[in-house]
Design a protein around this ligand. Structure first.
Ligand code: SF4
Ligand code: SF4
Length: 441
């Protein structure tokens, strides 16, 4: 029986590792379709960003109640990995509580009991947080969780994971409480490994059951827990929950320039410099030159990493003045569209072996001119994002393409561009008249 379980476990583990690694490599390939990004400046500041914003979740605490519940789930997820190491080792080696048994009789025995008890407390807190998050989405229906872009799969995705969390915690307590009951009865395969802080009380539910029944539930809890984790691993790269992993590189590579800084286009800078000072070398004509971004391959790989890292929390959209005043723009949708388009491009490469134009573009087919024109470039979305994503950077690049390659701008903007070109200012007054205000002085 042990051998069958061992073989089954190793087979499932290998299949899960294969699917997870394959999809992860395809995501990496997709991200690297982006253009170069200057990512290696000021590494100490980047590391600080990652520790504070990624690991420490500093920006989450701008909304403290949600942050505390999120912290429960996050801490439970991280700390449970310790128990997971033991479960995987047990599964491969056909053992039961390998680490717990090895620590018994040594000075580390208390540490094992403390770790399992700590995991149980965090699991209970995570369970409470899960019900709060499910209620916010499905009962209270917070506006930012019920916007158009979340209808359908994104809403289901969020709920699946929360329901999965309830399943995992139920399995943990079933496994631990049944294990504790068997330990207390002195069952030969279940040696004493500690008084698990919550399961020692839950174990009373097994009092009227036979050893065989309790072992069955202990195994169901154990297998349910590990299958749940494996299922989560397979599901993760297809879900917004990929942020659990990508939040770290994403915060590390997030911009360190001043908040209002918008990067120039070097091609334009060279042209302007030459216009202002014709003694400068004339810029070389390049008929292939592109302005801004039209599709995902024209964005930087950091923009694409942003898209895969987005948690779809909607904090950006809830702070966006354009969205708040009823415009069509939602910065969260910008990130979701970029990810969807990138996935679509990746699928073409997977099926055809290389990129072949599929007749679609991020601009227009996913993100419309109306959305792009509504952005005030206020930076509020970037400021709000808990993992330093910049929807603004994508908006600006798409808008540059819209205006400089398609001359596709609202009429009011075209007047302004004309004024800047002829008068050197957004208003329609000649440069010669600029000093007129002083005539009466
Ligand atoms: S920069 Fe644009 S998208 Fe971001 S919050 Fe401001 S208006 Fe909205
Ligand atoms: S861009 Fe940031 S704030 Fe906006 S939905 Fe994604 S993770 Fe949330």
């Amino acid at each position: 029986m042990h051998l069958i379980q061992q073989v089954l476990f190793i087979s499932v583990l290998s299949a899960v590792a294969y699917v997870f690694i394959k999809k992860s490599l395809s995501i990496y390939r997709n991200i690297m379709l982006g253009k170069a990004f200057n990512s290696y400046s000021s590494s100490s500041e980047r590391m600080k960003n990652m520790l504070l914003v990624g690991l420490g979740q500093k920006k989450m605490f701008a909304r403290p109640i949600a942050a505390i519940f999120h912290l429960f789930i996050y801490a439970a997820f991280v700390i449970t990995q310790i128990e997971l190491i033991e479960i995987v080792l047990d599964g491969i080696l056909g053992q039961h509580r390998l680490l717990g048994n090895a620590m018994q009789g040594t000075s580390l025995a208390g540490l094992y009991n403390f770790t399992i008890s700590f995991i149980e407390i965090l699991s209970l807190l995570a369970l409470i947080a899960t019900f709060v998050f499910l209620s916010r989405r499905n009962l209270i229906k917070l506006p930012r969780f019920n916007m158009a872009e979340l209808k359908g799969w994104p809403m289901k995705d969020a709920n699946f994971i929360l329901l999965g969390e309830i399943f995992l915690v139920t399995c943990i307590f079933t496994m631990n409480s049944a294990d504790f009951a068997l330990q207390a009865r002195g069952n030969e395969h279940y040696h004493f490994t500690g008084n698990f802080v919550l399961s020692q009380y839950i174990a009373s539910i097994w009092s009227g059951c036979s050893d065989t029944t309790i072992i069955l539930f202990e195994r169901l809890g154990w297998w349910g827990h590990i299958i749940g984790i494996f299922g989560f691993l397979v599901y993760l790269p297809f879900s917004k929950h990929l942020h659990i992993l990508l939040a770290f590189p994403n915060t590390y590579f997030s911009r360190t320039e001043a908040k209002g800084y918008i990067s120039n286009m070097p091609e334009i800078t060279r042209e302007i410099k030459y216009m202002m000072d014709p003694t400068q070398p004339a810029p070389e004509a390049n008929p292939d030159m592109k302005f801004g971004a039209r599709d995902v391959q024209d964005l930087t790989w950091k923009n694409l990493l942003d898209a895969y890292s987005c948690t779809e929390c909607g904090r950006c959209t809830s702070a966006c003045p354009a969205n708040l005043t009823g415009k069509k723009l939602s910065p969260r949708k910008i990130m979701m569209d970029t990810r969807d388009r990138l996935e679509e491009v990746g699928k073409v490469i997977d099926t055809k072996g290389k990129w072949e134009d599929d007749g679609k573009k991020l601009l227009h087919d996913y993100i419309t001119q109306e959305e792009l024109s509504a952005c005030t470039t206020c930076n509020a979305c970037v400021e709000e994002c808990p993992i330093n994503i910049s929807p603004l950077d994508i908006i600006v690049q798409l808008r540059r393409n819209l205006i400089m390659e398609e001359s596709n701008a609202p009429a009011e903007w075209n007047n302004m561009f004309g004024n800047i070109e002829t008068n050197g200012a957004p208003w329609k007054f000649s440069q010669q008249d600029r000093g007129n205000w002083s005539n009466e002085m």
